[in-house]
Ligand binder design. Structure first.
Ligand code: PEP
Ligand code: MG
Length: 368
């Protein structure tokens, strides 16, 4: 479907934009998604999930080698091969978004998604890496986790293997410099660190990003304005948001993981029994669809209060699936967030819901 808004619908959207306070961004990592998002009126990218870029068939083999090698040199070699791909990804996104904010989240895969899954894949990797089958099998077994969603993912991976985030930061800054040189308009990247639970994690990863920024600016002679922030997607991050805010330029609530970790409920399996819970009235709605105001919502508000007590202008957004759900958008308005970010096709719904929420909360210009 060619995305476009026309006629009465476009007019309605303009009215909605006249009354809403919340900005609306989109979750997008492909040029097609970014383009669709813009056509539907997104005011930026609120979440670019970079791990999706790693699954491209031309890259996944190198990504697997990067994870499966046990030497830093081997990892750096694989990452050097991935850098041009990643730089090209960001140049394309920056071009399409033409100066609108682009929030790029550094790698956050559950590690098992990058591990070889069959004996055949292990065999292929052994050949490609000049290793033997037994060593590869042992390595795959060492890296396998019983509970990958609570394991070696997000910033934990960036801390164990700093060269991964360094490559991504380099790709982002080199792409921003190239775009600035080509178009004369510099993008302003917002680099987002996933699965942060402690201030120290953000301090360490932020320092990696800042170091690479300095290097690229010195090499290119161009300086780019950028921000480094964190996802708030673990209860501990919400409860210590005042400390985390000391090193964050922005927070984005990852309410998918925040719902999973607040309820202690696997986001991948919840569908198996949640309908019964809703039917029996234990939960009013599926909390992975509509934000659980009493629990997850309370954590969002705590993080906002604590974060803004340290930085009064701390930018706050939401990028979980809830960012496209009207009831959750009403909550975001009431909680005082700055923007919601949702899938590109939900952007028009989000624009309307944000306007509705502004009107119901007494804000917005009813005459617009
Ligand atoms: C989240 O956890 O809400 C989020 C946006 O990140 P992901 O869905 O990629 O884990
Ligand atoms: Mg998440």
């Amino acid at each position: 479907v060619e995305p476009q808004l026309s006629g009465d619908f476009a007019t309605l959207m303009e009215w909605a934009d006249g009354v809403r306070r919340l900005k609306v961004r989109a979750n997008a990592e492909t040029p097609l998604d970014a383009d669709t998002a813009r056509k539907f009126g997104a005011e930026g990218i609120g979440l670019c999930r970079t791990e999706h870029m790693f699954f491209d068939p031309a890259r996944i083999g190198v990504v697997r080698q990067m994870i499966m090698t046990d030497s830093e040199g081997g990892r750096r070699e694989a990452l050097a091969r991935l850098l041009p791909f990643q730089r090209a990804d960001f140049i394309e996104l920056f071009r399409i978004m033409a100066g609108l904010p682009v929030t790029i989240r550094l790698l956050d895969p559950p590690l098992h998604e990058f591990l070889p899954h069959s004996e055949e894949e292990i065999g292929e990797l052994a050949t490609a890496m000049g290793s033997d089958l037994v060593t590869m099998q042992r390595r795959a077994a060492d890296l396998a986790e019983a509970n990958p969603m609570l394991g070696h993912r997000g910033c934990r991976l960036g801390i164990s293997y700093p060269e991964i985030y360094e490559m991504q930061a380099r790709a982002i800054f080199e792409a921003a410099v190239a775009t600035a040189k080509e178009t004369g308009a510099a993008p302003v990247p917002e680099i987002m660190i996933p699965l942060v639970a402690t201030k120290k994690e953000l301090e360490i990863t932020r320092a990696q990003v800042d170091k690479v920024a300095k290097e690229v600016f010195a090499e290119s002679g161009v300086t780019i304005e950028y921000y480094v922030g964190t996802m708030i997607e673990l209860p501990r991050a919400a409860l210590t948001a005042d400390k985390i805010a000391e090193v964050a330029d922005f927070f984005s609530f990852g309410t998918n993981d925040l719902t999973q970790t607040t309820f202690g409920l696997s986001r991948d399996d919840a569908g198996k029994f949640l309908p019964v819970y809703v039917e029996k009235g234990i939960l009013p709605k599926d909390p992975f669809v509509s934000i659980d105001i009493e629990g997850v919502g309370a954590l969002v508000k705590i993080a906002k209060e604590k974060g803004r007590s340290v930085k009064s202008d701390l930018k706050l957004g939401i990028c979980g699936e809830h960012g496209g759900d009207p009831a959750s958008i009403a909550f975001c308005e009431e909680a005082g967030l700055d923007y919601v970010s949702c899938s590109p096709y939900r952007v028009p719904v989000a624009r309307l819901a944000a306007a509705q929420a502004a009107l119901s909360s007494g804000g917005g210009d009813r005459t617009a």
